[in-house]
Structures are given as structure tokens and as C-alpha cells.
Design a protein around this ligand. Structure first.
Ligand SMILES: CC(C)(COP(=O)(O)OP(=O)(O)OC[C@H]1O[C@@H](n2cnc3c(N)ncnc32)[C@H](O)[C@@H]1O)[C@@H](O)C(=O)NCCC(=O)NCCS
Ligand SMILES: Nc1ncnc2c1ncn2[C@@H]1O[C@H](COP(=O)(O)OP(=O)(O)OP(=O)(O)O)[C@@H](O)[C@H]1O
Length: 199
């Protein structure tokens, strides 16, 4: 079973593209979603986050105060590194458990991760896909989706590798730019992965 990592800058369209792969029958591990789950379910991690970023990192009902944590980490690289060091090893472990329950006959799975290259998790994948979209579209999509400002989105972009850096590391590129059909690009890659895994 091939492990394919899929990544892209904030708002590039990773999740949207993974939904198309899912329609084709491909199991997808959503690392960002799992990270969000771990942040509210793992008692040891929750205590470590409170110790590091303050008790106000969580609301009384146990929900993560993501605005508080985001304001700290996306404005300070050292603080972001502390958060990454707490969360990423737990996400790696969750992926290892997840893949064990995927039926053996499945030819390939996807691991969707915003920080596939930055976190080093691409090394645990056989191939990688990079989703590229124009900055103006990413800003518009994320500000509309999350109700945050252009500057807040840019602060996160600044903490991720640039597309130029990621292009050098990626095996495949999907362009999500309103000019090219996403579905056609996904089907082409899907066929290529099936061909690679055909006996
Ligand atoms: C900082 C937090 C609280 C902000 O929460 P918020 O709901 O505003 O954002 P959300 O989790 O939906 O992430 C939205 C996007 O922000 C960017 N982003 C999130 N975490 C990071 C990070 N550690 N480094 C760089 N960019 C990041 C990604 O593009 C991501 O897709 C949250 O992102 C978090 O707990 N991050 C740490 C876990 C993590 O690294 N997740 C991403 C990869 S596994
Ligand atoms: N081709 C497209 N046409 C129209 N809307 C799109 C397209 N691609 C993505 N979007 C929209 O843009 C927003 C961002 O897309 P998506 O959530 O898939 O990106 P992402 O890369 O997973 O983002 P993040 O890194 O923030 O998790 C979503 O609201 C999505 O519906």
C-alpha cells in the first residue's frame, strides 16, 4: 500500500481535493483535523499546552481557545516550535494506528497535512502531492471561510515553507487556480497511483 502525502499552503484547497480522492474510494488521514482532536482529547497534552501558553488556552467547557493560542504562536516562531513539539509526535502516532486499520487490498492512502514538509512527515510517505493556488485566491478563500483578516492569514503563511521551497520537494503538483479542472487532475493522479500499485 502506497502512502501519499498531500500538502499545500493555507487555503490552497487540500481538503477540497482530498474529498474528491475520497469519492474515488481513497482513504484519507486528515492530520490537521486529528491535531485539532488531540488538542482537546489528550489530557497530558492539554496540561502541557496550559503550562506553556496559559490556563486561558482552554475555555471552562474544555474547548480550545484557538484565537488565544493562534495569537501567541503565529507571532512568535519559538512559541510555535514549542506547540509543534507537543502536538506533532502525537499526530504521527495517530497516523501509524490509523493505517493499521486500512484493509490490505487498498492500493494507496493519502495523508493530508498542512506541514507535511516542515514537520518531516513526508519522509514517512512514498510520494507527495503539492497543491498550489494563487495567493489572492488563498487569502480570499480563508478570510471568507474562517472570518479572519488578510494579515492573520499572512502571519500563518509566513510560518510555512513557500511554494517555491515545497515545489523542490514534491513529486506531483495540483493547480487549484480556477483555470484547470480539479477533478481531471485528481483522476489523472489516481490512475497513475493505481498503475504504480498494479501487480
Ligand atoms: C494554533 C491553532 C490553535 C489555531 O487554530 P485555528 O482553528 O485558528 O486553525 P486550524 O487548526 O484550523 O488551522 C488552519 C491552518 O493554519 C495553519 N496552521 C495550523 N497550525 C500550524 C502550525 N503549527 N504551523 C504553521 N501553520 C499552521 C495551517 O495552514 C492550517 O491548515 C491550531 O492550528 C493548532 O492547534 N495548531 C497546532 C497543530 C498543528 O500543527 N496543526 C497543523 C498541522 S498537523
Ligand atoms: N476550486 C475551488 N473552487 C471554489 N472554492 C474552493 C476551491 N478550492 C477551495 N475552495 C474553498 O476555499 C476554502 C479553502 O479550501 P480548503 O479548506 O480545501 O483548503 P485547505 O488547503 O485545506 O486549507 P487549510 O490549510 O486552511 O486547512 C474552502 O472554503 C473551500 O471550499
Amino acid at each position: 500500500m502506497l502512502k501519499i502525502g498531500i500538502t499545500g499552503g493555507i487555503g490552497s484547497g487540500k481538503t477540497t481535493i482530498c474529498k474528491i480522492f475520497e469519492v474515488l474510494g481513497t482513504p484519507v488521514f486528515y492530520a490537521d483535523k486529528v491535531a485539532r482532536q488531540i488538542m482537546v482529547e489528550d489530557a497530558v497534552l492539554i496540561e502541557a499546552v496550559k503550562d506553556t501558553f496559559g490556563q486561558e488556552s482552554y475555555f471552562d467547557n474544555g474547548a480550545l481557545n484557538n484565537k488565544h493560542v493562534a495569537a501567541i504562536v503565529f507571532n512568535n516562531t519559538a512559541e510555535l516550535e514549542k506547540l509543534n513539539a507537543l502536538v506533532h509526535p502525537a499526530v504521527f502516532r495517530a497516523f501509524d494506528s490509523w493505517i493499521e486499520q486500512v484493509p490490505q487490498h487498498i492500493p494507496y492512502v493519502l495523508k493530508e497535512a498542512a506541514l507535511l514538509f516542515e514537520s518531516g512527515s513526508y519522509k514517512m510517505c512514498d510520494q507527495s502531492i503539492l497543491v498550489i493556488a494563487p495567493e489572492v485566491l488563498k487569502l480570499r478563500r480563508v478570510t471568507e471561510r474562517d472570518g479572519i483578516t488578510d494579515d492573520q492569514v499572512r502571519a500563518r503563511m509566513d510560518k510555512q515553507f513557500t511554494d517555491e521551497e515545497k515545489r523542490l520537494m514534491a513529486d506531483h503538483i495540483i493547480h487549484n487556480n480556477e483555470q484547470r479542472s480539479l477533478i481531471a487532475q485528481v483522476i489523472e493522479l489516481h490512475r497513475a497511483f493505481l498503475k504504480t500499485t498494479a501487480i
